[in-house]
Design a protein around this ligand. Sequence first.
Ligand SMILES: [Zn+2]
Ligand SMILES: [Zn+2]
Length: 321
Amino acid sequence: MRALLFDKELNLSRDYPVPSPGKRESLIRVTHAGICNTDLEILKGYMGFHGIPGHEFVGIVEESSESTLIGKRVVGEINVTCGVCSFCRGHMQNHCKDRSVLGILNKNGAFAEYITLPDRNLHILADSVSDEEAVFVEPLAAAFQILKQVEIRPSSNVCVLGDGKLGILAARVISLKNCTPLLVGNHKEKLALLENNDIRTVLRSDFSENEFDVVIECTGSSEGVKTALDAVRPEGTIIVKTTVAGERAVDLNRLVVNEITMTGSRCGPFPEAIKAIEERRVETADLITGTFALDEFLEAFKLASDRGSLKVIFKIQNKPD
Ligand SMILES: [Zn+2]
Ligand SMILES: [Zn+2]
């Protein structure tokens, strides 16, 4: 099969072996896959990952030990867990001690014609959800995780830092709670996308507000947490979404003195994300900057790295080699 293989650099392999599904696993033919900021970080050395990246996908189940899945269009949760460790048994499966993560940790990902995932990771999609919408399920679920971690009320004063894909999705999810967040970004064109939503926007260069109850850090930059500490009120909460290659320096004295709660936030609930897309409560179509074939990966990654870009998608079609 064709697959994008990362080992120091990214290359297209045309004869990579099709993976074979293990016990209680499915073989999925990938139809679309999205490039995430995490993928760009992986190419810079994040997680020391080697192999096929890609974790935002939609595809068709071709083989499965679960007959009801065969032929179905699915999205999949990216953590492959052992089911027996103390975290798995304690309902913290995403933190399984023995996990692999699709396209991020010890498991080949979705920038390929085929992937395997455990049957229990898969969610069948309604026909009303397009493939282009479905690639947003994974990042939208990550945005919904915020609502599991901090209570957002209509009166909450919430700031989202970063006008990338995740920042915009986070602001849209926050606004579902009848709360009007402020989105802080660097790009006029991206902020303009939110004008029709119940979201306030401001350019980073004009941003001076502080004393927010909740600050959601989605900047994708190692400086983001520092900005969040400037913006949050005493006893407020910072949700940190950014992962970067390398360590970050933060002045923890400010955290202590101002008694701030800082919470890391990663993967989230797929069912909520799928439901929100099905019910058209969160828009995603306006976040697609470009769609490419797998063979055009250099162009695709170049566009995805462009600071003005949002989501870049691969449309993956099987070709006889
Ligand atoms: Zn991602
Ligand atoms: Zn486990």
